[in-house]
Design a binder for this molecule. Structure first.
Ligand code: F0G
Length: 453
């Protein structure tokens, strides 16, 4: 392992987002001991001793050539902007380092010239959760916890179970019964988590877990844990490095529990404070129509109050009605001038198939970004000449059942979306059963060639 570099980030402290109280020893559910609101990581050292932006860029660039595990991690490579954790406590599976792809077909469909996808689904467990988990799980490890726990729609649990196993810790997963894709559930099982399917939704799982952590010495790894947010910041830093520090006009991100949008926003604000970038991108957050509490809050009261909703969407990763980090997300929208938008079930399914046409796979929750972009272009909020980055949060193989049902035309069968879903027919490519003859295959090939010419 590498020598821990002395860096300004070691002067980090937890601070309440509402009353500003600092908290050295947060309680088990990471709420402010004075007012009960969320905590976030602050770096007071930066006020008097700002790290040198050019030197940081050089250091991070040089680490690409290093063989040291921390340098090879796309999270710990940026450790100057993270809280200090002793090297021997760090659990890393070389997370981050995710590609930035062009999406030419989707760009044409959406009506923009420069469309990119930062594919966080290319992380070790197939979702963006790994970037936050490496930091928060390492803190649990550092403090000697035997158990870590989370409530999840699937990806957090898959990631947590992996990092816990790597760090020799046990993990407890609470997931809503029947609402987590098989891909994600199977990951938690394989990595040895005690996996409890509760007869409730994600919000119900969260409520139960908040009580469990008060009673038992388990370390909470949901995104209310501020260390998760710190790790997830690095996707934005890595994105800027990949763009040669040229800030895109727009970053579009899915919204569920609203930790990720908060993390990306925090990263851009900190990069601005440190002089690594100058303008901020507009960060827009897209929710599914059936799980849209932030959209409602912004439209109904300017984001001052969030009324939980009963969430329902086939994009199960973001089936969340009472998002924990909504206040942090509102701050990001306000600071960056981004928009909130909601998209229908059919719009999500169509956008996912369109991303697939570009040869990039993602899970339904990630596809809300393209569906939302199309709306933002129509509204004139995104201009055709602007550069847009979609944050794709999870891998296609997380939820193959959704994709199969889509192509077989079963996704909306018998639902109230059946009529609207007729527009999807042109995108559906169901598997074809044929006799095992050369003629049958050649005939199929010729038929398709005629159709595409
Ligand atoms: N996309 C995917 C693939 C997700 O798994 C999630 C959240 C989100 C988007 C939304 O991110 O919650 O930070 O706003 N999944 C969590 C989980 C809730 O338990 O895996 P968010």
């Amino acid at each position: 392992m590498t020598q821990q570099t002395a860096h300004p980030a070691s002067a980090s402290q937890l601070r309440c987002i509402a009353c500003g109280a600092t908290d050295d020893k947060p309680g088990p559910n990471f709420r402010c001991s004075v007012c009960g609101d969320l905590l976030e990581m602050a770096y007071p050292g930066w006020d008097s001793n700002l790290p040198d932006a050019a030197a940081l860029k050089r250091t991070w660039h040089q680490r690409h050539a290093s063989r040291l595990p921390l340098d090879q991690s796309g999270v710990w490579r940026f450790r100057e902007l993270l809280p200090a954790i002793p090297d021997e406590s760090i659990i890393t599976v070389r997370e981050g380092n995710t590609p930035l792809y062009g999406l030419p077909c989707c760009a044409r469909i959406a009506g923009v010239e420069h469309l990119l996808a930062k594919h966080q689904g290319m992380n070790p467990t197939g979702s963006f959760k790994d970037t936050g988990m490496t930091v928060a799980a390492s803190v649990a490890h550092q403090h000697g916890f035997r158990w870590v726990a989370c409530a999840s729609t699937g990806n957090t649990s898959a990631s947590m179970a992996a990092y816990a196993a790597r760090g020799g810790m046990r993990s407890l997963v609470l997931i809503p019964e029947g609402k987590v894709s098989w891909g994600k559930l199977s990951q938690a099982l394989d990595y040895g988590a005690v996996t409890c399917q509760l007869k409730t939704d994600f919000d119900g799982c969260m409520r139960v877990l908040n009580e469990v952590v008060q009673r038992m010495p388990v370390y909470l790894l949901n995104s209310v844990n501020p260390y998760r947010i710190e790790g997830q910041k690095t996707a934005a830093i890595e994105l800027m490095e990949q763009l040669d520090w040229k800030v895109p006009d727009h970053v579009i991100v899915p919204g569920g529990n609203l930790g990720n949008s908060s993390a990306l926003g925090k990263a851009f604000l900190e990069m601005q404070q440190l002089g690594l970038i100058s303008p901020l991108p507009k960060i827009s957050i897209i929710q599914a129509e059936g799980a849209n509490p932030l959209v409602r809050a912004m439209r109904e009261n300017g984001g001052r109050k969030l009324v939980p909703v009963q969430a329902e969407t086939a994009a199960s990763a973001i089936r969340i009605g009472n998002p924990a980090s909504w206040k942090k997300a509102v701050r990001v929208l306000e600071a960056s001038g981004g928009m909130v938008e909601q998209v229908s079930e059919v719009e999500i399914a169509l956008a996912k198939a369109e991303i697939g046409v570009d040869g990039i796979g993602c899970e339904p929750a990630s596809a809300v970004t393209l569906a939302g972009l199309k709306k933002l272009v129509k509204q004139g909020f995104v201009k055709s000449g602007e550069t847009v980055v979609l944050i794709l949060t999870g891998h296609l193989l997380k939820d193959p059942e959704f994709t199969l049902k889509f192509h077989r035309g079963d996704l909306f069968a018998g639902t109230r979306h059946e009529d609207e879903a007729k527009i999807l027919a042109a995108e559906q490519r169901p598997p074809i059963v044929l006799d095992a003859t050369v003629d049958a295959v050649v005939h199929e090939l010729q038929k398709n060639e005629r159709l595409s010419s």
